[in-house]
Design a binder for this molecule. Structure first.
Ligand SMILES: [Zn+2]
Length: 405
């Protein structure tokens, strides 16, 4: 971060440079972005496959920063591709240099107790100022509990969650660590285990959104990572999905039921299918040899239904399925929701879970005792990754209401 600040702050001091916050438009691609800003297209074509694919991960609506010099010519650009990695373009010796840089953010852990007045959703939103926090609580219990039937006024609930902040502003979705709600004198719990899955107090996995494996008998050749440093290339990389190595022609199945929102060719992902599911989830199937006949945009598919065949189209080095999972437009680790054979903890795993549970239970007791108040999420009006003093940001009312990027 220090390096980035210096890089950007220096020209700011020397010239009347200025920074602007922009939003990535719907339909905008890295190539159209370069064109619109009169930057050479070679900036994209000279990148290696991995970096080219990374540019396809830029999310519509993401806030990015552009620094101009005194003559209004573009000096630097910082575009986040996820909550850990950003693309940095910088003018250098008459052209532009490209690199992927880590995003520095602060992880905060918050806890609160709420006594029911209306509903968990309304009361948590009121207490925290964040409907997203409320949503994560409600989603966690919605398949196992009936709030409407069993909740009474004054019933307590506790939630502990983490969230990344950048310059005082929420930067990621809240991540529920543990939640408890008491209904008719009975307590119900939800714990995030070290395997990244949710369990109830008995160590049984809580069924939320569960996906089937999209290919049978396939080996995972590359896992999910938001940011890793490649020791040989000496560069930052991200892999926003799971790669399943399989023979060419192996059937690919819809990991969940939903509606096909894209089935076509893209440069990076080759033959690509995207399926929209409930609760803001979307799955992505890349590098396919071909699509199953009849599979196209607008069609509804069932979990397990064949949608295409494994191949190596697009920027790919061998036959495999690149499988991506997105929640509200952001890449999440599919390993968290892809169904495994067992969803009941046993032996060593159960023991480790019980230890974690005991610690979290103690915390919950403590918060209940002190009736921990929620801290309101504050959305700053003047946020800028570059320099808050010179940042000329235009913030609309909608922006303030919307906690997304
Ligand atoms: Zn991949």
């Amino acid at each position: 971060m220090v390096r980035i600040v210096v890089l950007i702050a220096l020209p700011l001091m020397l010239f009347a440079a200025y920074a602007e916050n922009m939003r990535w438009k719907n339909g905008e691609t890295f190539l159209t972005f370069l064109e619109a800003n009169k930057m050479p297209q070679s900036l994209y074509y000279d990148l290696d496959k991995e970096d080219q694919k990374l540019t396809e991960e830029i999310i519509t609506g993401v806030e990015y920063q552009v620094l101009f010099d005194a003559n209004n010519s573009l000096e630097q650009v910082l575009i986040p591709v996820n909550d850990e990695l950003q693309l940095h373009l910088m003018r250098k010796e008459g052209t532009f240099a490209f690199e992927a840089l880590p995003i520095i953010s602060e992880l905060r852990r918050d806890a609160f107790v709420v006594k029911i007045e209306n509903s968990p959703y309304i009361d948590i939103t009121n207490a925290t100022g964040s409907s997203r926090v409320a949503q994560s609580f409600v989603n966690g219990f919605k398949n196992s509990l009936n709030f409407r039937r069993d909740l009474r006024k004054g019933d307590p609930l506790v939630m502990i969650y983490t969230r990344k902040y950048r310059l005082g502003k929420p930067f990621t979705l809240p991540r529920l660590e543990v939640a408890m709600i008491e209904m008719r004198g009975k307590r119900h719990y939800l714990y995030l285990n070290s395997d990244e899955r949710y369990y109830n107090e008995k160590g049984n996995e809580v069924e939320g959104f569960l996906l089937a494996r999209p290919v049978r008998n396939a080996r995972v050749s590359s896992g999910f990572t938001k940011r890793r440093f490649h020791p040989i290339l000496k560069r930052y990389r991200a892999h926003l999905g799971i790669d399943y190595a399989a023979r060419r022609g192996t059937p690919i199945m819809a990991a969940g039921s939903g509606k096909i929102i894209f089935a076509g060719y893209t440069r990076g992902y080759g033959n690509l299918t995207k399926i929209r599911h409930k609760d803001g989830y979307m799955t992505l199937y890349a590098h396919q040899k071909s699509f199953k006949r009849g599979i196209g945009r607008g069609k509804y598919v069932k979990k397990g239904q064949v949608i295409g065949y494994v191949g190596t189209t697009g920027l790919s080095t061998g036959p495999h399925l690149h499988f991506g999972l997105y929640k509200n437009g952001r890449a999440v680790n599919p390993a968290r929701v892809v169904q495994v054979s067992t969803n009941k903890l046993k032996a060593q795993k159960l023991k480790a879970f019980k230890e974690l549970k005991a610690e979290l239970d103690d915390e919950i007791e403590l918060y209940l005792e002190v009736e921990q108040q929620a801290e309101q999420v504050t959305l700053f009006e003047n946020t800028c990754y570059v320099d808050p003093d010179t940042c000329q940001q235009i913030v609309s009312k909608e922006d303030l209401m919307d906690e997304t990027l």
